[in-house]
Write a protein that binds this ligand. Structure first.
Ligand code: 5GP
Length: 218
């Protein structure tokens, strides 16, 4: 049972919930926990990347790992709904999977950077909810990147430097969250999604429901 069964029948197009943050601020953990919560009924968009797979990552679950040649082929044949170069690697979202699910009314979660968000906002301005996650401090961000221990010192340095650029885009997002605790952040994101789903303009069948309601017993 989803949180929204009362109004589910009015849904048309799925929502795109995009979450961005500097590396290490917790967005991947948050998006996976949200996806695992069956009551939220969200599909997770699995990106493609030219980055090397980390030891803990699984093909098709965390990313589809592809070569630069494969990436260029997909990009040049308009198979990508958005793409960006991040930390020296290429990342992108495949067009077909996403549009099929959204057209079925499935809400989707995207863990993408500000460049990808900008491209999606331009293409589908009414269907996007954007959330930016900030770390509580730069010290904490650094410590989380080191704790993960899956990236080289060079990669960690690049990610820390890039975090200062990424944070500057905070004003292009609808919601800003400081991730002090995973539980509280999860609760906050769930509340955002619940409220956005209930917006009047996102419930196209409501007029008919209200007309029927008024006719009842009259
Ligand atoms: P990581 O290498 O740590 O998995 O991800 C690096 C950055 O790439 C993160 O900021 C993440 O949000 C971003 N990213 C992951 N997938 C995509 C994607 O499909 N498109 C874009 N634009 N960015 C992505």
């Amino acid at each position: 049972m989803s949180y929204f069964s009362i109004n589910d029948r009015f849904k048309q197009h799925g929502l795109m919930i995009v979450i961005s943050s500097p590396s290490g601020a917790g967005k991947s953990t948050l998006s996976r926990l949200l996806w695992k919560d069956k009551r939220m009924n969200l599909a997770l968009s699995v990106s493609i990347t030219t980055r090397e797979r980390r030891p803990s990552e699984v093909e098709g679950i965390h990313y589809y790992f592809i070569s630069m040649k494969e990436f260029e082929h997909l990009r040049d044949n308009d198979k990508l709904i958005e793409w960006a170069e991040v930390h020296g690697n290429y990342y992108a979202t495949l067009r077909t999977v996403v549009t099929e699910l959204l057209e079925k009314g499935q809400d989707m979660l995207f863990d993408i950077d500000y460049q990808g968000v900008d491209q999606l906002q331009k293409q589908m301005p009414y269907d996007i909810i954007s959330i930016f996650i900030l770390p509580p401090s730069m010290k904490e961000l650094k410590s989380r990147l080191h704790c993960r221990a899956e990236d080289s010192e060079g990669a960690i340095k690049t990610r820390l430097e890039n975090s200062r650029i990424e944070i500057q885009y905070w004003q292009t997002y609808d919601y800003i969250l400081i991730n002090k605790s995973i539980d509280k952040s999860l609760e906050a994101i769930a509340s955002i999604i619940i409220a956005e789903r209930l917006k009047r303009q996102r419930q196209p069948g409501l007029k008919k429901f209200i007309d029927d309601l008024m006719d009842e017993g009259s």
